[in-house]
Write a protein that binds this ligand. Structure first.
Ligand SMILES: Cc1cc2nc3c(=O)[nH]c(=O)nc-3n(C[C@H](O)[C@H](O)[C@H](O)COP(=O)(O)OP(=O)(O)OC[C@H]3O[C@@H](n4cnc5c(N)ncnc54)[C@H](O)[C@@H]3O)c2cc1C
Length: 468
């Protein structure tokens, strides 16, 4: 029997940060990876958000020398694709004036391939003294009196520890074998197919400039994302398992076959390098994340962001907290569920806890908008383009155009109003929950109202702008 203080199953971002922190606190730590190296089994690339640099000092050590695929970008492009599969318009956006974290003013994501990023991260853990066992698939848990106290690999080798951290991703053996979960419900897990395209770095830079991401908002496919790396890019899309009525590739190919997209591929000299398909948990709130001797972190615990399923940062945050809680529990000699409950309390105090406070509303609006192409995006795309692009018509006087646009936008109101009431208002109410009573304070309204009324024109203006 191999004995440790703490066992971590999985060497993704969550597992590596848990292992690093546990080893730094002096715990005898081992972390297991079924792949030949960390990152081998993951989606090939991803975008890392500035929050990671804010909360993890080590991120400042990530350089192109360590991670050659790295590409930072300051802009994102949102394409709107209508029912006829035509790109009806797009918006390119850069960080706006209200962005408060200084580095986030100059880049929105740092894009990297996981085959470089995950091993880089795991090295911090091994440098801190954690033992990494690669090519080792954990297939079961050891239990004593019904309580977890170790793991068994596929060769039957046993490893014992006071605490097991499940950092083993979306299909978590630790979650299932500990009894914390059987499997995800159909509306808790998404299937994400994606193409990885190869393209010459100089082409990407020349044509995309400092753009890092693209989102293709479709009326005939669920929103599709595009992430640019140094020498290639990803095009992928997903939806909950409950949604698909056709093979998911059918929808992804719709994006790639758009005339606009084909032109982009041509000018970027892009060639498909790989087709991948991954599962990704997407919950409105994580649940059942701990029991006697077990904590689940990252994807295993259902921690990706409820709005857009950014999952690396939550995996790292929960990894760090799990190590802290495990160390305290081991030191106290009590690793029971009652003590490990503190894991929930601690992550709820972090930035991801704050995110999940409005988890249901965020998750719900995503479901109703980009994940409902036929029901919502089919009217949303022409409506938004009417507002953004309607004025570009020189066949009528401008004043008439404005009236035509307003009247046309009004025709969408029977669809837009229930949508706003059902999805937007609850999100706004949740987000401003603490200030809502102030906004609704009758005394405050009574002081503001007369001022607003003063602003209204008192006299009817004559055409030509002169007063009577
Ligand atoms: C297509 C796609 C694109 C994404 N893009 C982004 C993005 O741009 N930005 C972002 O922040 N997030 C993104 N995500 C989400 C992100 O990939 C995950 O949320 C994140 O990787 C979770 O980290 P983790 O450490 O919890 O799990 P994982 O990264 O999944 O790591 C789990 C590790 O455990 C290993 N493992 C599993 N089972 C066992 C076992 N039984 N024994 C031993 N080892 C095991 C796996 O091989 C793996 O290395 C994306 C996800 C997908 C599917």
């Amino acid at each position: 029997m191999n004995t440790y203080d703490i066992i971590i199953v999985g060497a993704g971002p969550g597992g590596s940060i848990a292992a690093k922190n546990a080893a730094e606190m002096g715990l005898k730590t081992v972390f297991f990876e079924r792949g030949r190296k960390p990152g081998e089994k993951n989606s090939s690339g991803c975008g890392l958000g500035p929050r990671m640099w804010k909360d993890f000092e080590i991120m400042k050590e990530l350089t192109p020398e360590k991670c050659p695929s790295m590409r930072a970008g300051a802009a994102s492009r949102n394409y709107f694709v209508n029912k006829e599969d035509i790109v009806a318009g797009y918006i390119m956006a850069r960080p706006t004036e209200s962005v408060s974290y200084e580095p986030a003013k100059s880049w929105i994501t740092m894009n990297v391939y996981r085959s470089e990023f995950d091993p880089w991260l795991a090295e911090f853990a091994t440098d801190a003294g954690a033992e990494l066992k690669t090519s080792t698939l954990i297939v079961d848990l050891i239990k004593e009196n019904g309580k977890v106290c170790g793991v068994i690999d596929e060769k039957g080798e046993k490893y014992e520890a006071s605490i097991v951290i499940g950092a083993d991703g979306v299909i978590s053996t630790v979650a299932m074998k500990s009894g914390l979960r059987t499997k995800w419900a159909q509306n808790q897990v998404t299937l994400v197919p994606q193409y990885d395209f190869q393209a010459p770095p100089e082409k990407i830079d020349d044509i995309m400039g400092d753009e890092a991401l693209g989102v293709w908002w479709g009326a005939t496919f669920p929103a599709s994302y595009q992430v640019f790396f140094r020498d290639g890019f990803h095009q992928g899309l997903g939806n909950w398992m409950s949604w698909w009525d056709k093979n998911p590739l059918f929808y992804l190919n719709k994006v790639v076959n758009l005339k606009y997209y084909q032109r982009l591929l041509k000018i970027l000299e892009a060639k498909p390098r790989e087709l991948q398909a991954h599962l990704l948990p997407w919950l409105d709130y994580p649940y059942n994340t701990y029991t006697d001797g077990v904590i689940l972190i990252g994807d295993a615990g259902g921690f990706p962001c409820p709005l857009e399923a950014e999952g690396i940062y939550p995996a790292m945050i929960t990894g760090k907290i799990s190590a802290q809680i495990a160390a305290e529990a081991i030191a106290s000699g009590d690793v029971s569920k009652a003590v490990l409950h503190k894991f929930d309390e601690e992550w709820q105090k972090t930035s991801i806890g704050e995110e999940f406070e409005a988890g249901y509303e965020l998750w719900n609006i995503w479901k109703a908008l980009p994940f409902s192409p036929k029901e919502t995006m089919s009217w949303f795309v022409p409506m938004i383009m009417e507002v953004l692009g309607g004025i570009f018509d020189w066949s009528q006087p401008h004043a008439l155009r404005i009236r035509q646009i307003a009247s046309h936008v009004k025709s969408y109101m029977p669809k837009a109003t229930p949508f706003i009431m059902k999805y937007v208002i609850p999100l706004v109410a949740k987000t401003f929950e603490d200030d809502l009573d102030k906004l609704m304070d009758p005394k405050k309204i009574m002081t503001i109202l007369p001022k607003l009324l003063e602003l209204l024109p008192q006299k009817k203006r004559k055409r030509g702008g002169k007063e009577k």
